[in-house]
Design a protein around this ligand. Structure first.
Ligand SMILES: [Zn+2]
Length: 339
């Protein structure tokens, strides 16, 4: 049985995922420290508006409002006993929007980190992590989510636990790391090693990649490493909309629709099959990204770091700029012709 992401890629070539959840919910009145997941029950019309905004902007994949939906995260808001219902509701809201889109829109169930460290660094056992993710995914699946979208991950063993949970629950899954620490995740995972994290599990991921991080140039450099390490993989990039700037208590992201359009074209050329935005990406940004993607269906020449920096700005992590993708001679790269 073909999973929904492969099926839509076969039809459309490259898919556009949605933009920011947190940034847009803050703009709708969410306060710092609030659990966005509680809005699935308290303010479902706002979550619906979030999804509708991205569907109207042209998203092929929308992510449910369930990033912090494990019991470990919900415990901070005394909602650890409502994991199933809050996640189910998140998926139901997204599915209702997707159903009236007038085109195929995939609902992916967002699954973020637990916030706990696994043994031996922390107190959470691997089995506990699998159980916590499975509990969340059961709710997402019951609400209609088609894929478990494991994202913003740092620890390889936590990715593996979430992947194992998805298999247990019977959902296809994707996972992405946040390479925000000198070109690696905070727990030291390098982009080129993302593919091997779930080796040996019964089902392979539908897609792997990077999200969040520190801006367009760095996530594109991570993409080069990931696509070079495994050219046949379906790779996701869902990068932040520029760099956060603090204006008083407000966080503003520096990316413009033009910058995000250039990021989309470079991501396609770098081998990504699913492109979206993370923090700071508004409906307006995503609409510009849709136009950019539709105007750039076939990958052009694979870019190097110098071209990425010339087109979307300097890398933040110089050590990432010195990694394998940056130093490999251009001639070693094969031109991507799929899609
Ligand atoms: Zn982000």
């Amino acid at each position: 049985m073909q999973n929904p992401i492969d099926a839509l890629i076969a039809e459309k070539g490259i898919l556009l995922a949605d933009g920011a959840t947190g940034t847009n919910l803050f703009a709708m009145g969410l306060q710092s420290g609030d659990a966005p997941e509680l809005w699935n029950e308290q303010a479902p019309e706002k979550i619906e508006a979030l999804h509708q905004g991205f569907v109207d902007a042209g998203a092929d994949i929308i992510l449910t409002n369930s990033f912090g939906g494990t019991r470990h995260r919900l415990k901070l808001h005394h909602a650890q006993d409502r994991v199933f219902e809050l996640n189910k509701k998140a998926a139901e809201i997204a599915c209702a929007v997707a159903a009236k889109a007038g085109r195929r829109v995939i609902v992916a169930g967002s699954v973020g980190p637990t916030g706990e460290l696994l043994v031996p660094l922390g107190a959470m056992t691997y089995e506990d992590a699998v159980a916590a993710f499975a509990e969340q995914m059961e709710g997402l699946k019951a609400g209609g989510a088609e894929v478990a979208w494991i994202e913003t991950m740092s620890a390889p063993d936590e990715i593996r636990a979430a992947a194992e949970a998805a298999i247990k629950v019977g959902m296809p899954y994707t996972y992405t790391g946040s390479f925000d620490t000198a070109g690696r995740t905070m727990m030291g995972l390098a982009p080129k090693d993302i593919h091997g994290v779930v080796d040996g599990l019964a089902d392979a991921p539908v897609a792997v990649g990077a999200n969040c991080g520190v801006g367009a140039p760095d996530i594109l450099a991570a993409l080069l490493d990931m696509s070079e390490a495994k050219p046949e993989a379906t790779i996701v990039v869902k990068g932040n909309c520029g760099i956060p700037e603090f204006r008083g208590t407000e966080v503003h992201y520096s990316g413009t629709p033009e910058l995000m359009s250039e990021y989309v074209r470079l991501a396609v050329d770098g081998g990504a099959k699913i492109v979206g935005g993370c923090c700071g990406t508004s409906f307006e940004h995503l609409a510009a990204m849709r136009v950019a993607l539709d105007g750039h269906k076939q990958p052009a020449e694979r870019p190097g770091i110098a071209e990425i920096e010339a087109r979307v700005g300097p890398m933040r992590n110089k050590s990432a700029a010195q990694s394998g993708a940056a130093s490999a001679p251009a001639g070693r790269r094969t031109r991507r012709t799929r899609g």
